[in-house]
Every structure is written in structure tokens, then in C-alpha cells.
Design a protein around this ligand. Structure first.
Ligand code: UDP
Length: 318
């Protein structure tokens, strides 16, 4: 039987590395491509499958892959606010030039192409929850614009390759996702709060903490992505969870789960920080039968355990 080949750009990143494992489990040969700017070999080091191949490459440069490629999952990009504020040009380049190269390869190889897009395309949304039909409220010249506009451009380019070149495309809009293999220093709220607990420092809540997010465990997201990849849906689909809570309540939950009584300190709210965010999952449910199943407390306990074990390992090596 033919063994399908899947190329995963950003395969050494947080979500990318979980996708590598999932596609291997589906019996695919997996080419993991990453420039290791924000990804890490630590995320893929444990993979022993002979069908797994790592290629150190920056996808903003021409991509060459020998032989057939059945699926391309385009996940390369800095993805946390402090990363894309630190690397604004690389963020814009990977979303634009990198998506162009990955789509060019999909056209050349007749691969099915899946774009990792984001809830950030909705900006600071004025419609709540956010359905895929909402066009968003993005500040193109604000500090987050480099990520938001790069991903909006990537969606437009993916649509153009689909219509003009007939490339078989999928687009997933990923909402806040958490789990093992996030970087402890990536600045996002989950590693930030857990990192504070591990270092015995106050939790830093930005602004009033009334802003909301809906947090999805990585295995639920990966299941949705796989279902979307195998579906016929070529227009964007939201994936995440509908369980929404304020960042203040989220800080309290982390403290409760970690058995900690550390104080909460407020810091200045970053520019253009979305006031609320929750996916409308009607489309994902109807088309993919998608239903996230990991309760927030369970997922967070796993994530705390992961960061705790790495923290202890780092301390004993110091
Ligand atoms: N946040 C916070 N403290 C932190 C890190 C983040 O209060 O140490 C807030 C941030 O301002 C935002 C929310 O938590 O309102 C989620 O931030 P994150 O960077 O995880 O992702 P975003 O959803 O903003 O892309």
C-alpha cells in the first residue's frame, strides 16, 4: 500500500510537533521542516520512527523536497505576541513569502495544503462569539498587525491558489491553544502563569484581567486539524473551545490547580490586546463532528506537570 508523505512546516514547534506525532500515528511518512527560530529539536528528539525526517530549512527560501508529497501542513510562524513583536519582519516574511513557497510546492507536487491561520484575523472582535463569516477588526499598523495581517494575507493567498491554480486547500483558524511543548518563556498567558508559580513569583495579569479567552488543549486541536485535513471543506474553519473565562479567573484557576497562594499583580495592558475571544464552533461541529473533550482542569494539570518536570530537570542541570 502507498505510504502517504506529509510535510509539516514549523514541525519542531508547539503544535507542529504534536502534528508530526499524529501523522506518524496515521501511518504517514513525515518530513518536519523548521528553521528552529522559535521551534526546538527538544520537541521532536524523542521521535524514533524511521518514517520521520527532520529538515533544517527556512521556508521563506525556495523549498525543495524530493519525491511525492501528499499533504502540506503549513505551521511555520512565530505565534506568541512577544515573539512576533521581537521578530516583526520574520513574522511577516514567513506569513507571506513562506506561505507563497509552501503553496508553490503544493502546486508542483499536487499536494493537499492546510494553512494554520488564527483567531487573530478577527483582531479585537466586535462580534461575539466569532463565526467564520466575521471579517474582523484588525489594526494593520499596530504592533500585533505584523502577525494579524501576515495571516490574513496567507488566507487570501491560499484562497487565490485554490481558485486560480486549483490547489486543494484547507484553512484552520486556531484559537488559544495550550499544552506540553509550549516554551516557558514564550510570554503567552499559560506558560507565563505556570512559570511564575514554578519560580514562586507573583502572577502578572495585564490590565484589569476582565479580558476573556477560551483555552483549548492541544490534543483536541490536533484532532480537529486532522478531521479538517481529511474533509472536503476549502473555506476557513474555527477550532478551539467555547469555554470562555476572564484572565483574572484564569490566574485564580492556575493558583488553585498548582496549590499555590501567590499574589496577583497587575501590569499594563499590551496595545490592541483583544477584549474578548471565543470561537463560534457551529461550522466545525456540523462539518467535522468536532467536539473538544479535554476539560480545562485536566489539560492544565498535564501542562503544569510538564513544565514542573522540565523546571526540575533544568534546576538539577544548573
Ligand atoms: N496575559 C496576562 N499576563 C501574562 C501574559 C498574558 O494577563 O503574563 C494576558 C494578555 O494580555 C491577554 C491574555 O492574557 O489578554 C492572553 O494572552 P496570550 O499572550 O496568551 O495570547 P493572545 O490571546 O493575546 O494572543
Amino acid at each position: 500500500m502507498h505510504t502517504p508523505t506529509t510535510l509539516i512546516t514549523g514541525g519542531a514547534g508547539f503544535i507542529g510537533s504534536h502534528l508530526c506525532e499524529r501523522m506518524l500515528a496515521e501511518g504517514h511518512r513525515v518530513i518536519c521542516m523548521d528553521n528552529l527560530l522559535t521551534g526546538s529539536v527538544d520537541n521532536i528528539d524523542h521521535i524514533r520512527d524511521p518514517k520521520f525526517h527532520f529538515v533544517h530549512h527556512d521556508v521563506t527560501e525556495f523549498i525543495y523536497v524530493k519525491g511525492r508529497v501528499d499533504y502540506i501542513l503549513h505551521f511555520a510562524s512565530p505565534a506568541s505576541p512577544i515573539d512576533y513583536l521581537r521578530m516583526p519582519i520574520q513574522t511577516m516574511k514567513v506569513g507571506s513569502l513562506g506561505t507563497h513557497k509552501a503553496l508553490g510546492l503544493a502546486r508542483e507536487k499536487s499536494s493537499r495544503f492546510l494553512l494554520a491561520s488564527t483567531s487573530e484575523v478577527y483582531g479585537d472582535p466586535l462580534v461575539h462569539p466569532q463565526p467564520e463569516t466575521y471579517w474582523g477588526n484588525v489594526n494593520p499598523v499596530g504592533p500585533r498587525g505584523v502577525y494579524d495581517e501576515a495571516k490574513r494575507f496567507a488566507e487570501a493567498l491560499t484562497g487565490a491558489y485554490h481558485r486560480f491554480h486549483g490547489v486543494d486547500t484547507r484553512t484552520v483558524r486556531i484559537f488559544n491553544t495550550y499544552g506540553p511543548r509550549m516554551r516557558l518563556d514564550d510570554g503567552r498567558v499559560v506558560p507565563s502563569f505556570i512559570g511564575s508559580v514554578l519560580r514562586n513569583e507573583p502572577l502578572t495579569v495585564f490590565g484589569t484581567g476582565d479580558q476573556t479567552r477560551s483555552f483549548c488543549y492541544v490534543t483536541d486541536l490536533v484532532e480537529g486539524i486532522f478531521r479538517l485535513l481529511m474533509s472536503d471543506e476549502t473555506t476557513p474553519v474555527n477550532l478551539g473551545t467555547e469555554f470562555e473565562l476572564s484572565i483574572s479567573d484564569f490566574a485564580k484557576l492556575i493558583l488553585k490547580l498548582a496549590g499555590s497562594e501567590l499574589p496577583i499583580e497587575h501590569r499594563e495592558l499590551p496595545v490592541d490586546d483583544p477584549t474578548m475571544r471565543r470561537p463560534d464552533l457551529t461550522k466545525a461541529r456540523a462539518l467535522l463532528g468536532y467536539e473538544p473533550i479535554v476539560p480545562l482542569e485536566t489539560g492544565l494539570r498535564n501542562t503544569i506537570d510538564y513544565f514542573r518536570s522540565r523546571h526540575i530537570a533544568a534546576e538539577s542541570n544548573a
